[in-house]
Design a protein around this ligand. Structure first.
Ligand SMILES: NC(=O)c1ccc[n+]([C@@H]2O[C@H](COP(=O)([O-])OP(=O)(O)OC[C@H]3O[C@@H](n4cnc5c(N)ncnc54)[C@H](OP(=O)(O)O)[C@@H]3O)[C@@H](O)[C@H]2O)c1
Length: 323
């Protein structure tokens, strides 16, 4: 049984706790909030025995193997490094950090201590994404040459919401754009260059962004993300002998459609319950096997994603306080 701790019991941590109920070889044994009352509420809701009113106490708890960091992006580096220094393995929510510089510090800390660390790109563990990788690898659509993907919603302008707060690392690129970018990297290899345009809104974060990624071997990724513009939230992979359509929502589809040889096939990738369970199961497997990285979402991939996002940020003028 892998013993999990949860730090930052907000929206996604709630999904994580629901997902854990479907996992046989893991359980949440402790939760930490900045507020003792919120830790109690979360603990009561999910039957978690130990509740802490600060994050540092959870880090010191010897009865925890691995911690899920579900705080806003602006805290990921600080929270992850503190946990690693307390000898905990860590699953850190996406985006891993605000910048590649922060990401490197986190990775160095984990590697230096021989601890497990992974960015929570949960899409890659879903049945539809596994099918996607298999189909592309099988050559059914020939050589993939182009990935087009977008993820965006029109949200009401709310300066208090984390997505609109520059101090919490808000904006569309880091929160949503990471999904299209990681899809391009997964299927086309790590990007060599990005050309981007974006719109910074009145709260100082990107409200919409579009980028063209150049990948090795003459391949392109075309990605968009937004928090103030509705998008299709779909993706399409075009190859020399066919194509694959990924329906909305492109980061957690329940099927993919493969077009090849003059016909099409829908491959079912549906699942029951919260899809975060697949990444939890992967980490439990990794920890049981003594691995410090997941081969599905390795740290070099996380560093490359962070570097691509840095490149896009530089071109659209997205700067966070204190940088
Ligand atoms: N994988 C996914 O599908 C997915 C989905 C949504 C979000 N995420 C990622 O998960 C992270 C959290 O997102 P969320 O939507 O769960 O956010 P949220 O609902 O605001 O929860 C974040 C939690 O972090 C804690 N926190 C610590 N410092 C904070 C601060 N300065 N301001 C606000 N909260 C702070 C809070 O808990 P306490 O104060 O109680 O400690 C809060 O409940 C983000 O990095 C986001 O990108 C991933």
């Amino acid at each position: 049984m892998i013993r999990w701790g949860v730090v930052g019991p907000g929206a996604i941590a709630t999904g994580f706790a629901e997902a854990m109920q479907l996992v046989e070889d893991g359980e949440i044994v402790a939760v930490a909030s900045r507020s003792a009352a919120r830790a109690e509420t979360f603990g009561d809701r999910f039957g978690i025995a130990t509740r802490y009113g600060d994050y540092a106490s959870l880090a010191e708890d010897p009865a925890i193997d691995v911690v899920y960091v579900a705080t806003p992006h602006s805290r990921h580096e600080e929270d992850t490094v503190a946990l690693l220094r307390a000898d905990k393995h860590v699953l850190c929510e996406k985006p891993f950090a605000l910048s590649a510089r922060q990401a490197w510090r986190m990775v160095d800390e984990a590697r230096g201590r021989g601890l497990f660390l992974m960015e929570g790109i949960w899409s890659r563990f879903l049945p539809a994404y596994r099918a996607l990788v298999d189909v592309v690898g099988s050559g059914r659509i020939g050589e993939p040459l182009l990935v087009e993907a977008d993820f965006g919603f029109r949200r009401p302008l709310d300066p208090d919401h984390r997505l609109f707060r520059a101090d919490l690392g808000g904006g569309g690129l880091l929160d949503l754009g990471i999904y299209p970018v990681q899809l391009c990297s997964l299927l086309l290899g790590r990007p060599e260059h990005a050309a981007a345009e974006g719109v910074i809104g009145e709260t100082g974060v990107d409200e919409q962004v579009a980028a063209v990624l150049r990948h090795p071997g003459g391949k392109l990724g075309v990605v968009k993300a937004a928090i103030r513009v509705g998008m299709t939230c779909t993706a399409r992979v075009s190859g020399t002998d066919g194509a694959i359509e990924i329906p909305a929502l492109m980061h957690c589809p329940d099927a993919i459609t493969v077009w090849s040889g003059g016909g099409s096939e829908v491959i079912d990738g549906s699942y029951v319950g919260n899809g975060l369970r697949f990444e939890i199961e992967e980490i439990n497997r990794c920890l049981a096997a003594g691995r410090t990285e997941s081969p599905v979402m390795p740290l070099d991939e996380t560093l490359a994603l962070a570097s691509t996002l840095d490149g896009i940020r530089a071109q659209i003028g997205l700067v966070f306080p204190g940088e």
